[in-house]
Structure formats: C-alpha cells, structure tokens
Design a protein around this ligand. Structure first.
Ligand code: TMP
Length: 209
C-alpha cells in the first residue's frame, strides 16, 4: 500500500490535536497503519527545539530570523528521520502542522520575506510534502479563549502574541487555501468536535479509497 501524507493546520485553539487523534482512530479501525507526529517536534532534536522555541527562557529574545531557522531545523530532521521512512513503509502520516505553518506564521504574521521563507521551506522539507492538508479555521478570539481556559493563563511564547498576530495568521491560511484548493481543504473549527470529526473522516474516506 502506498504511503500518504496529511498535515493539519490552523491557529491556536482550533482543536487540531483532538481531531488528529480521532482521525487516527478511525483510519486504524479501517485497517490502515497510521503514524502520528507533530511540528515543531516529532524527533528528539525537534522536541528539544520545540521547548526552546516555546518555553525555554533562552528563547525569549529570539529574533524572527532565528525562529524561522529553528522551525526549519526541526522540520528537516522530522522529514528525514520520521516522515519519509513511514511513507516508504506505506503508512498514513498525520502531522500536526508542517510547511504551511512556516509560510503563514513567519512569512505572513512575522512579515519575513515570503520568497526567502519559501526557499528555506524548500531546503528543509525537500520533496517531503503533504498530499493533503486540513485547515481548521476558527476566529482567533474563540481560539485564544480556548487556549487560555486550557492553560489557565500559562501561555507559551507564541501564544503571548497580540490578537492582531493571530488575525494575520488566520487570513494567511485562508489566502493559502484559496491559492491551493486542490491540496488544502478548509473545515469550520467552530463546529462541535464530533460533527467536525465526522466531516473530516468522510472527506478522508473519499480521498483514501
Ligand atoms: P502547537 O503545535 O501547540 O500549535 O504550537 C506550535 C506553535 O508554533 C504555534 O504557535 C505555531 C508555531 N509555529 C510557527 O510559528 N511556525 C512553524 O513552522 C510551526 C511548525 C509552528
């Protein structure tokens, strides 16, 4: 069986983790071998970088250029150590964030040069690119409220960005989806989790059969 690479994207609090787990269960119940991973992270190196980017005090003064390169480093390792081998073994890879996060968070919200961001994405990911991407679209006010409730106000470095930053993230994602409608499908993440999960499973069933 051929491997298939699916990424999940969306702003903070859009419910990616819940939906990925539900989809993994559904696919496994249908006899598919699934590999679940995330960005930044997914490898020992990537998880250390994740901590540096999100929580470590050493990362607090990080400039946007350094941030971009750390996300890229995490991705380079994940693509080669985990994703490509899983695809070669015929698995369905479900990845919580991938290339599009960098395009949108660093290339749009941080306002780095999109052409340079694209070049670094290309260098980091090479040919390891998602076949299909689910964008869980949610207004940032609702998303940040969910994050605040979940973390009881203990926000990480990215989550402390102002609302304007997350408005730019949302618009960046929607523009990307409009440019690549074949690959990126937008889902309404304000739906209740069960309804959303059903929509996602139905969409994937059509694609994977
Ligand atoms: P999350 O995995 O809990 O959503 O947190 C990851 C954070 O890192 C989130 O704020 C999005 C951000 N991020 C980027 O800014 N660029 C990237 O390339 C990736 C993968 C994540």
């Amino acid at each position: 069986m051929k491997g298939y690479f699916i990424s999940f994207e969306g702003g903070e609090g859009c419910g990616k983790s819940t939906q990925i787990k539900a989809l993994a269960k559904n696919l496994e119940a249908r006899g598919r071998e699934v590999l679940l991973t995330r960005e930044p992270g997914g490898t020992p190196l990537g998880e250390a970088l994740r901590n540096l980017i999100q929580h470590d005090s050493e990362g607090q003064a990080m400039c946007p250029e350094a941030e971009l390169l750390l996300f890229a480093a995490s991705r380079a390792q994940l693509a080669r150590e985990v994703i490509q081998p899983a695809l070669n073994a015929g698995k369905i890879v479900l990845c919580d964030r991938y290339l599009d996060s960098t395009t949108v968070y660093q290339g749009v919200a941080r306002a780095l040069d999109p052409a340079q961001v694209a070049a670094i994405n290309q260098f980091a990911a090479g040919t390891v690119r998602p076949h299909y991407t689910l964008l869980l679209d949610l207004d940032p006010e609702t998303g940040l409220q969910r994050v605040n409730t979940r973390s009881k106000g203990a926000l990480d470095r990215m989550e402390r960005e102002p609302l304007e930053f997350f408005r730019a993230v949302r618009q960046g994602y929607l523009d990307l989806a409009a440019n690549e409608p074949e690959r990126i499908r937008v889902f309404d993440a304000s739906l209740d989790p069960e309804t959303l999960s059903q929509q996602i499973c139905d969409a994937l069933e059509r694609i994977l059969t």
